[in-house]
Design a protein around this ligand. Structure first.
Ligand SMILES: Nc1nc2c(ncn2[C@@H]2O[C@H](COP(=O)(O)OP(=O)(O)OP(=O)(O)O)[C@@H](O)[C@H]2O)c(=O)[nH]1
Ligand SMILES: [Mg+2]
Length: 424
């Protein structure tokens, strides 16, 4: 197959050139917008077309012919200089030519398959159709890639980062906005750091960190009133484990007086885990079953610097549980409500749980099980969309080692795939 490129001021003109120069059998492989020359100003269009050898005019069908003959039906003066020769796929210069070696190979494969199917003695229309369908999907994939690129203001230097953000499941609109803002800042900075990949990356990290609010747990020592933190969330996400990690950290490293309250009376034996921990760590624990228990427990623990309240995990779609939980929070009136979710949860379910717990009014987000995934875009999307600060990140089962404070810089690196959120 001979592949050639045509450039014109409009797509229509370029397509007309293809038709005129290569005939009706030509396959359009790619269309793209290109920049005009520095003299010519505005944008131009480039169409890449292919023609199977069997459709070529006899004069040009002989590969052994002189180079000048291979372009005897070429576009001549209408083609940009230098592009009037038979096109071969570049190995490295993807950006300048606009179609990669792999893309070319995929197209070539599809075309060969169509030809074989058509020439086969037991050739069947269905086989040709199937192959054509596959080719069409390769072409639409290419078109989509280009549209993604062309429809945004994302500069070439930012494209690899943009792709990484999407690969980590960050929402497309946030990824796009972050890259556009980065580009604006790079342009505003003039020549400073222009074209320097490290500079570009740093500006993008800064932009991302600005949209990923975080608020680590801070407990003042010796305040007149204990700071109360309530933890809620779907089943099995690690609420009790996170509380134990935090209690261990605050009491041993922070030398703070920590009290524990367990409101989890839903599952039989649910409190055993935290009871054993409290005994081993020597921390006061109160189990509550009734409203009176709550007042008594908080009263007992008023001398503490911080009180951590564990709640029963239930499905966020269980309305009765949500109503009970909201009523519990109204009685306790915690200073902070941490909604705990697993980093392995898909964005749609993270959003659903957050919206289900809206009445509870969470003002912190905790993410656990970072060690069980390698894409952090979903949790970062939730933080960025809602503007609710992330407080703690948990990345394993060990108490207290596998927990750290969330930080915007770390989240930004995580979503760019440069940090696994699990410090060694
Ligand atoms: N890999 C991993 N496992 C975790 C993490 N946090 C908790 N777990 C494990 O997840 C399981 C459930 O943890 P729990 O703390 O009991 O979860 P919960 O949210 O209190 O559960 P319910 O009270 O039943 O809703 C346990 O096996 C924990 O060890 C984490 O960050 N990473
Ligand atoms: Mg629990």
């Amino acid at each position: 197959m001979r592949i050639r490129k045509f450039q014109a001021d409009t797509i229509r003109e370029a397509l007309l050139q293809v038709k005129e120069e290569m005939g009706p059998e030509a396959l359009i492989l790619r269309t793209q917008k290109i920049k005009g020359s520095f003299l010519g100003g505005g944008e131009r269009y480039e169409v890449t077309a292919g023609l199977e050898e069997k459709f070529e005019p006899t004069a040009v069908a002989k590969p052994a012919a002189e180079p000048t003959q291979t372009v005897s039906y070429g576009p001549g003066s209408r083609m940009a200089s230098g592009s009037a020769q038979t096109w071969t796929p570049p190995v490295r210069e993807t950006a300048s030519v606009g179609i990669s070696h792999q893309e070319f190979a995929a197209l070539q494969q599809g075309i060969d398959a169509v030809r074989k199917a058509a020439e086969s003695p037991k050739d069947e229309i269905a086989a040709v159709r199937r192959e054509m369908g596959q080719m069409r999907s390769v072409l639409s994939m290419l078109a989509e890639q280009w549209r993604d690129h062309a429809g945004t203001r994302i500069a070439e230097t930012l494209l690899p980062h943009y792709q990484k953000l999407l690969a980590s499941d960050l929402s497309e609109s946030i990824a796009q906005k972050a890259c556009e803002e980065t580009q604006t800042r790079l342009e505003a900075g003039g020549m400073q750091g222009e074209g320097d990949p490290e500079w570009t990356r740093n500006v993008l990290l800064q932009v991302l960190s600005e949209i990923l609010p975080c608020a680590p747990v801070l407990v003042p020592r010796g305040a007149s009133k204990a700071k109360v933190l309530l933890f809620a969330g779907p089943t099995g996400v690690g609420k009790t484990t996170t509380i134990m990690k935090l209690a261990a950290r605050l009491s041993s490293q922070g030398a703070l007086k920590v009290g524990l309250v367990s409101c989890d009376n839903y599952r039989i034996g649910a409190q055993e885990q935290i009871k054993t921990f409290a005994e081993v760590a020597g921390l006061p624990l109160r189990s509550v079953f009734t409203d009176d228990d709550i007042s008594r427990a908080l009263d007992d623990l008023r001398v503490c610097d911080v009180v951590l309240v564990d709640t029963a995990g239930r499905s966020p779609r269980n309305e009765l549980h949500r109503i009970e939980l909201t009523a519990l929070a109204e009685r306790i009136r915690p200073d902070e409500i941490h909604l705990v979710q697993s980093a392995t949860t898909r964005l749609r379910d993270l959003r659903m749980a957050l919206s289900a717990y809206k009445d509870l009014g969470p003002n912190r987000l905790v993410f656990t099980k970072l060690d069980e995934t390698d894409s952090y875009g979903a949790l970062c999307t939730l933080v960025a969309e809602e503007g609710i600060p992330a407080s703690l990140l948990c990345f394993g089962q060990d108490i207290p080692e596998h927990m750290g404070d969330a930080s915007p810089e770390e989240l930004a690196r995580m979503v760019l795939g440069e940090d696994d959120g699990c410090p060694a």
